[in-house]
Ligand binder design. Sequence first.
Ligand SMILES: NC(=O)c1ccc[n+]([C@@H]2O[C@H](COP(=O)([O-])OP(=O)(O)OC[C@H]3O[C@@H](n4cnc5c(N)ncnc54)[C@H](O)[C@@H]3O)[C@@H](O)[C@H]2O)c1
Length: 251
Amino acid sequence: MMRLEGKTALVTGAGSGIGLAVATRFAAEGARVVIADRDADAAAAAATLIGEAARAAVMDISDEQAVESAFAGLAAERWAPDVVVANAGVQLFGQDAPAADLDLDVWKRTLDINLTGTFLTVKHAVRSMLATGGGSIILTGSPTGINGEGRDFTAYSTTKAGIHGLARTAAAAYADRGIRVNTVVPAYTETTLVSTITSDPESRAAIIGRIPLGRAGAPRDVEGIMVFLASDDAEFATGSLFAVDGGMTAL
Ligand SMILES: NC(=O)c1ccc[n+]([C@@H]2O[C@H](COP(=O)([O-])OP(=O)(O)OC[C@H]3O[C@@H](n4cnc5c(N)ncnc54)[C@H](O)[C@@H]3O)[C@@H](O)[C@H]2O)c1
């Protein structure tokens, strides 16, 4: 028996990187998956790649109307999700900066997507799950929400620490309504998001040097923990932070 048979999952930011890997694995484990991304082409390509079990939903997580109407549309078509992975995010390399040098606009653009967008995803996921009897919500956190990791990461780190707090609060608030909320912390993972680091040998070596298991993360590294948290095996897990980061946050 596949571990997610009979479940419907929505993954934000599933047009690329970690979200795409997780959505693909969820489908392989028997789930129907909604590829939610603001990039329509990437969402459509991912849905085509996964096949019949997938459908694309164009949704900008920072736009409440878009998020609300995506969840309403899914409910109307009997695709209301049992599992929501609030994963979409951005990191504005070259613009994020130490606090005294950080433009308010860069701060706001990072918070709008990573923090407000994740909040809006959680808000409407909870409303949808309250109507269907519960589910599992998984947020993608970051080592930068636990340790500083980079002197330039003011806005990004702040959003990730906020996401970790959002998960704990929502977990406590809705535990008695059958909704579990957890956070997964990947390591530095070589996706488009971090191409600035990946393409600079010195920065890449420095960050890998901080990972005790001695390599960069790959999107596949967090698939297993995401499947566990989405599945009924995790029925007693809520409000927790699950790091699958090669030991990065142990240091
Ligand atoms: N790559 C890493 O090193 C790393 C480490 C820890 C955590 N993370 C987190 O993992 C998550 C996924 O990142 P990734 O590395 O796969 O990046 P990625 O750039 O490969 O994928 C991000 C996806 O999110 C989508 N997206 C961006 N803004 C959006 C919005 N407003 N609405 C809807 N979709 C939007 C993009 O179109 C893209 O498809 C992010 O939350 C990121 O912060 C990444």
